[in-house]
Design a protein around this ligand. Sequence first.
Ligand SMILES: NC(=O)C1=CN([C@@H]2O[C@H](COP(=O)(O)OP(=O)(O)OC[C@H]3O[C@@H](n4cnc5c(N)ncnc54)[C@H](O)[C@@H]3O)[C@@H](O)[C@H]2O)C=CC1
Ligand SMILES: CC(C)(CO)C(=O)C(=O)O
Length: 300
Amino acid sequence: MKISVVGAGALGTFYCAMLSSSGQDVTLVCREKDAAALSKGIQVTGAVEVSATPSIATSVPSSDLVLVTVKAYDVGDAVRGIKPKPGAIVVVIHNGLGPDEAAASIIGKGHVAVGVSYSGVTFMGPGNVRLAGYTETVLGSVEPEVATRLSVVREALEKAGLKARIAGDIRAAQWEKLYANIAINPVTAITGLNNGALLEVPELKALVANVVNEAAQVSKAMGIVTSVDPLENTYKVIRDTSGNRSSMLQDVTRRRRTEIDALNGKVCELGQKHGVPTPYNDTITSLIKGIEHKNMVRGQ
Ligand SMILES: NC(=O)C1=CN([C@@H]2O[C@H](COP(=O)(O)OP(=O)(O)OC[C@H]3O[C@@H](n4cnc5c(N)ncnc54)[C@H](O)[C@@H]3O)[C@@H](O)[C@H]2O)C=CC1
Ligand SMILES: CC(C)(CO)C(=O)C(=O)O
């Protein structure tokens, strides 16, 4: 099976190194500027230590499986060049809601699946990432026909030593991670605090509860049934990642665009659609937009 991984950032380098070092045929698709560095090889350090020399390309070759591992706002551009052959599967691995739908509207029916990744990978430089921890990748598709073919993806990940499971309801699986991301990511980005501080400062703990409870009302109005209690699960993620600087805190520190539109912004949009007020998520979204604006203006 020919596999391509699109996006040579934190997650893409991790998945590519694991797949390639297990002997699978993998191409890492990167930006032009990174190709020379990546052609010398890629490595993961930290919780696992792995090196690999996958093929490197700047456009997506004909593949049976494509893993798209770019930021939510880059998914549309990243999939535009994919011309899937019959039966090919394109798994969009992202946080938040929306990018997989954007991908399906570009690629068409019969190919797109979602991956919810429970990993903590930090980008150190082209071809060099650090893994804090990994539990599993949850796979699924809103297209039943694609969902029935996902065992090949699970098997490829398992062969690479990665745990994977196919969710019965991928939207519920996405919400389960979303509850934690909409509270932890923007509140740490605004305050500059590590994840653990959200449980140490009573006012921030209350804010986390308000943001998550609002989202739980939105998902309930949409008929989403999750297997976790939204708030208890968020507290658990905070405890499990207490020393982390969230990805959104890292983004604002580096003056990069954030994924707020696919996180709290999406909760606000869906709340409006389903008649659920979302004042906490509206405010959080506005504050992050303000930080992005400040960083853009300063960056110019
Ligand atoms: N880093 C992590 O541990 C985790 C990340 N995620 C999610 O996975 C997604 C990817 O995150 P990261 O890997 O951390 O981001 P990242 O910013 O480290 O990597 C994205 C890479 O994609 C590249 N890229 C963007 N558009 C491209 C295109 N058209 N063609 C080729 N390359 C392109 C960028 O240059 C960058 O190297 C996000 O939605 C994130 O929220 C989910 C779970 C864990
Ligand atoms: C789980 C959490 C919040 C860990 O920091 C994360 O996914 C992120 O930072 O994006």
